[in-house]
Unconditional design. Structure first.
Length: 178
């Protein structure tokens, strides 16, 4: 026999609200569906971190009100060269709290390509430094450098334990050519 609940009862409404808040708190990390194959995800699973996938128009993760864009060093450099990162930084401005994670400092040099023994794709190290300064000063976006995917997952884990703040998910993609 099924149990019927009186939804008009004050106690029942309170329990329903409490359950939905608990569910909301449990799903503290929203992960863009394009990150499904990332090693960060497997590390979050092994850390026992609750998350769910959703198509995000901007960023890779939303963790307790903070938009996070994650780049490996090679992706950071190529995004810098093809100017995709500039567009992403502009789109991130829609969020009050945002963070750029550059992952792989232990695995790859940021200023030089160790395999070639020279700068990435002919870029001078000062170009990279200047771009990092632009991210901080012009776009007012903090940058976090992590060792590897495991370190990134651990930072996301710590961030997920911070006090939550709701973030709108209905932001829009900006058009190219601005």
């Amino acid at each position: 026999m099924k149990t019927l609940f009186n939804i008009f009862s004050r106690d029942e409404r309170k329990n329903t609200k409490k359950q939905s808040q608990e569910e909301k708190d449990k799903l503290s990390i929203i992960v863009d569906i394009h990150e499904k194959n990332s090693l960060v995800i497997s590390e979050l699973v092994s850390l026992g971190i609750d998350f769910h996938f959703q198509s995000l128009k901007v960023g890779d993760y939303i963790v307790n009100g903070i938009l996070v864009e994650r780049k490996t060093i090679s992706d950071f450099i190529s995004s810098m060269i093809n100017r995709r990162l500039l567009r992403q930084l502009e789109e991130m401005q829609q969020y009050e709290n945002r963070l750029l994670i550059v992952e792989g400092i232990d695995e790859q040099e940021l200023y030089t390509d160790p395999e070639l023994g020279k700068t990435h794709e002919g870029m001078h190290p000062n170009s990279v430094r200047g771009f990092l300064l632009s991210i901080l000063l012009k776009y007012k976006t903090p940058i976090l450098f992590t060792k590897n995917y495991s370190d990134t997952a651990r930072f996301l884990s710590v961030l997920s334990r911070r006090k939550s703040k709701d973030l709108p998910l209905n932001v829009r993609k900006m058009k190219k050519g601005f």
